[in-house]
Structure formats: C-alpha cells, structure tokens
Design a protein around this ligand. Structure first.
Ligand code: AMP
Length: 162
C-alpha cells in the first residue's frame, strides 16, 4: 500500500509479523473468566463480562470483555459484538453515575503496536475527571488527500459488500 508520499507504507500484516500467526493464548482474562484469579466484577451476562482494571488510569477505569476468546475486535462474532455494543452504553452510564465523572473515553487496542498488552478483546471505559487524569493521548493527525480518500472509501465500501 502506498501513502500520500508515494512511498510504500508498512501494512498491518507486515507490521504485526509473527503476532498475526500466533494462536490465541490462554490470557490472564481467560483466567479471570474461569475464576482462577480474582477480579472486582462489575457486570456479567451470557456473553459479556466487566471488571475493574487493576492499573486504573482514573477512578472507575473498567474493562469490558467478551466471553468468546479472540484476540482482536475483527475476530469477534456478530452475536458477541452485538452483546458488547448493547451493554457498553449501560456500563458507561453506571460508571458516570457512580464516579461522578461526566466525561470518559472508550478505548479498544488491537495488536502490540496499538498498545494491546492482553490478547483477549477488551474495551476500556476510562473516566476523564480532569485534564491530567484518565486517558492522556497524542493525536498526531494528518490531512486526507481528497483523491486518495475517494479511492480508499470506494475500496472499503467494496470490501464491506456495498
Ligand atoms: P491493553 O493495553 O489494552 O491490552 O490493556 C490491558 C489492561 O489490562 C491494562 O490496563 C491492565 O492494567 C489490565 N490488566 C492486566 N491484568 C489485569 C488483571 N489481572 N485484572 C484487571 N486488569 C488487568
């Protein structure tokens, strides 16, 4: 794939390397789901489990995981994805109500370069009570070239079956 500069850009598969081929390991989150190690449980249904992050970025930092054991979001079944989507806003409302934080980030990392440390899909709900607490991030945006944007959107739409 070529970027705006015309230079070859690293692709996902090239960047992930052996990670992409690595089978799903028995992660710490699988152990939590089995009850082998403790957690502070916040929510559970047939498909979804939520618990407090052990290293919170702010008070109320919660992890929401599927019971389905897959490493990244793109691997998730539609049924579990729908269940996660249904419960996420409810959990956000509960966290807002209990912590009093009006603002929050929902973060979902996929792959080591993207800061994923535990290879079992998870959403972070991170209250943002102040400028220096919660998620602090650098947002190094670029400018979308209109022609490249048109080509990219068409390719993505085609890939989505549109
Ligand atoms: P990520 O970098 O998106 O993979 O985030 C992994 C998160 O899991 C980190 O925020 C950790 O603090 C959290 N974590 C790791 N082990 C545990 C655990 N045993 N209980 C709760 N949270 C955990």
């Amino acid at each position: 794939m070529k970027g705006r500069s015309g230079k070859a850009q690293p692709t996902w598969s090239a960047a992930l390397g052996p990670y992409k081929l690595r089978p799903m390991a028995d992660t710490i989150f699988s152990k939590i789901l089995r009850g082998d190690i403790p957690c502070h449980k916040v929510y559970e249904d047939d498909l979804v489990f939520a618990f407090l992050d052990i290293g919170p970025l702010s008070f109320g930092h919660t992890l929401v995981i599927p019971k389905e054991e897959v490493a990244t979001l793109d691997q998730l079944s539609d049924e579990t994805a729908a269940a996660m989507g249904r419960v996420l806003p409810r959990l956000c409302r509960a966290i807002k109500a209990v912590t009093g934080a009006e603002q929050f980030n929902v973060l979902q990392n996929n792959g080591p370069m993207a800061h994923q440390a535990v290879f079992h899909v998870h959403f972070h709900i991170i209250p943002k009570p102040s400028v220096d607490r919660g998620l602090v991030m650098e947002w190094s945006s670029t400018k979308l070239d209109p022609d490249e944007g048109a080509r990219l959107a068409t390719a993505l739409n085609k890939e989505m079956g549109g």
